[in-house]
Design a protein around this ligand. Structure first.
Ligand code: NDP
Length: 239
């Protein structure tokens, strides 16, 4: 039976690679995001369905629900990013609070809201897969805190969904090149450092994360839940 897969933030980068992989496997795929253009380009290319939604906004999620089918087999909470990346640092408490909350909203609250909104539609045998980050373990201010919170919150989610035969896991990428996340934001020396830290000697690709997401969403992974699966090329070298 064809499964229905929802990939949030699926118009670009890792989400796009996951959506394309599921579509190639013959699944029915729905991608979401705030900007219509990348979504519609992907829809035209690979036949996925595109719906505009800001996953931090409960009202937008209510509208999204009205457009989604009654049965969802797999939810990939991929939407996110470091909203504080370009900040030079907050100059006052109000700005600090705004920046901190923006990262929590973008990376943690968005996943919790989306899962809550779709909860009734998640089918037995299904899976929820969140995209975390190596930043949860290495520290990266409010972004790392949000991704660490995502992994912690997922433990409860796994216990809630388990009796219904639904798994909940986090895929935690290391440095993934060629997505909008780092594009034009990272000096070449920093890129070299990030690659040097890996055991594999290379940056990850969106496809490396997509295949892991597909595995965790597959029947073969039905006894894996409440886990964080690190996909970072062994980014633990200190020299
Ligand atoms: P991208 O910027 O290409 O992907 C992020 C996607 O999320 C975009 O399509 C964006 O589209 C969407 N998005 C962001 N915020 C929202 C929102 N509020 N509502 C709906 N959609 C949203 O970068 P990546 O593919 O690299 O990032 C995907 C995930 O991987 C993120 O969660 C990121 O934190 C994580 N990650 C990335 C790493 C990397 O090295 N690239 C490393 C570790 C984790 P739009 O702006 O149109 O809404």
């Amino acid at each position: 039976m064809t499964r229905t897969i929802v990939v949030t933030g699926g118009g670009t980068g890792i989400g796009r690679a996951a959506a394309q992989l599921f579509a190639e496997q013959g699944e029915t795929v729905i991608v979401t995001g705030r900007r219509p253009r990348p979504l519609h380009e992907l829809a035209a290319e690979s036949g996925v369905r595109a719906l505009v939604c800001d996953h931090t906004d409960p009202r937008a999620l209510t509208t999204l629900l009205s457009e989604l089918p009654d049965r969802i087999d797999v939810l990939v909470n991929n939407a996110g990013g470091n909203t504080d990346f370009d900040s030079d640092g907050a100059t006052d408490l109000a700005a600090y609070a705004r920046d901190f909350r923006a990262n929590l909203d973008a990376n943690l609250v968005s996943a919790a809201l989306t899962t809550k909104a779709l909860d009734d539609r998640l089918a037995p045998g299904g899976a929820v897969v969140h995209i975390g980050s190596i930043a949860a373990d290495q520290g990266a201010g409010s972004y790392g805190a949000a991704k660490a919170g995502l992994a912690a919150w997922n433990l409860d989610l796994a216990c809630e969904l388990g009796p219904r035969g639904i798994t909940a896991n986090v895929v935690s990428p290391g440095y993934i090149a060629d997505t909008e996340f780092f594009r034009d934001r990272l000096p070449d020396t920093r890129r070299t450092d990030l690659v040097s830290a890996t055991a594999t000697g290379r940056a990850g690709a969106p496809a490396d994360i997509a295949t892991t997401v597909a595995f965790l969403a597959s029947p073969g992974a039905r006894h894996i839940t409440g886990q964080v699966l690190h996909v970072n090329g062994g980014a633990y070298r200190t020299r």
